[in-house]
Ligand binder design. Sequence first.
Ligand code: HEC
Ligand code: HEC
Length: 429
Amino acid sequence: MINFLKAETSPISPWSRSAIVFACVTLALAACQPSTDQEKSKLINHRSVTAQDAQASSSGLSELALLGKKLFFDPALSGSGKMSCATCHDPANAYGPPNNLAVQLGGADLKTQGLRAVPSLRYVLNRTPFWSKQFVSNPVERLIETDSPPVGGLTWDGRFNTLHEQASAPLLAANEMANESPNSVISKVAKSAYATDFAHAFGQNVWQDPARAFNGLLLAIERFELEDASFHPYTSKFDQTLKGQATLSASELKGLQLFSAPDKGNCASCHLAVSGADHSAPLFTDFSFSALGAPRNPQIIANRNRQFYDLGLCGPSRIDQQKKHEYCGMFKTPGLRNVANRRVFMHNGVFNDLESVVRFYVERDTKPEKWYPKNSDGSVNKFNDLPVNLRSNVDTLDVPLNRKKSDSPALSDEEIKDVVAFLKTLSDQ
Ligand code: HEC
Ligand code: HEC
């Protein structure tokens, strides 16, 4: 297997976040800025979306978004007749999971397990970049940085670039809303109370063309997700602090400092914590992919098969990167807004409280026996949710994941509590 994670020719980790920042700051600044008109116009579009966020109000929804809202909340649009998008993406829980199940139950009988924890739909939807893998073209950068991690795309493995593409997946997935086909979804819409609205939006003849109708349905859901202010309220204590309307407590402030300090939590190297140049508030993700080696979750029935592994970027849910063994085990960095209100954490929902997640980062390498089961010979089965030959993909270079067993942990118990206190300030009020 080619392992460019630890390419011996490179003195600095190709994936090290500090190396990337270093490259941008110290080398020609132009290399990090948009050069072509196309790239610039992408940024302009991005800015206008962010400005729109601040002004959006639920009453200001377009006709299409209002229709999308009805679709998003309609349980009739499922094989069971009981499951809507909001069943898993609960607005009362920041559009995240409604309960403490690692993965939700769906399907026609509402008994079939999903494979992954439900992400929150707040904040990220209108700012998730398309999936991309940058290859370094600047020869000077290439000297210090052989490669950089992929970024972007929706879901834990970034396999959809747009919200309308994504929306068809849960509607048709056998373990989620479990509709037999796009046609069967549309026949349910035709019988709904909002069928007239639907025909008003897409034309009276829309029912004769179910493919076009299904496409319209996906676009309406996307408009709702992009326009409704409830997806990006910015009402957390942290946001109030940015606006000068609140002050962090001593512990919360210490937590933020530890979260950002490259030699302590170093969390902000992936979960970005600073505002954008356009004053867009931070989302606590850079949308990049990493393999952290989260422990295998025995609550997921698929994991009873010892040959089965959810390898994130390299499959099995995503199919276009399966030959890229160096991507196996990588999942997208989630945003951390409202994370303190979740009851399941990581792509496989293996953790049930926030403090455990922070502690996992700190103790994964210093106390592995606490996090992973034992092999039959008594040794620790570290990174047990990856096949043995792919375990070297796990990030052991970025602080705080760079420890050896004999090293002291990156954060003390008290410092872990401070980081948790800070993370709680990211919950919308
Ligand atoms: C049975 C639970 C369930 C239902 C119902 C459901 N989802 Fe999801 N949703 C998930 C899970 C699990 C993921 C992560 C999937 C993955 O990584 O493969 C997800 C991911 C997403 C994402 C990507 C978020 C991100 O940050 O990348 C969006 C957007 C989304 N869902 C929208 C919807 C819409 C729209 C509907 C209704 C048409 C819906 N979901 C119905 C469970 C559900
Ligand atoms: C190298 C990049 C990186 C660093 C550094 C990092 N994270 Fe993460 N974080 C991730 C990725 C990737 C995931 C998802 C991993 C998975 O599901 O397997 C994640 C998941 C999480 C989650 C779970 C969120 C959820 O919705 O389930 C929390 C909480 C979290 N990180 C907090 C932190 C804290 C606190 C620190 C610092 C101590 C930190 N992270 C450092 C990349 C990083």
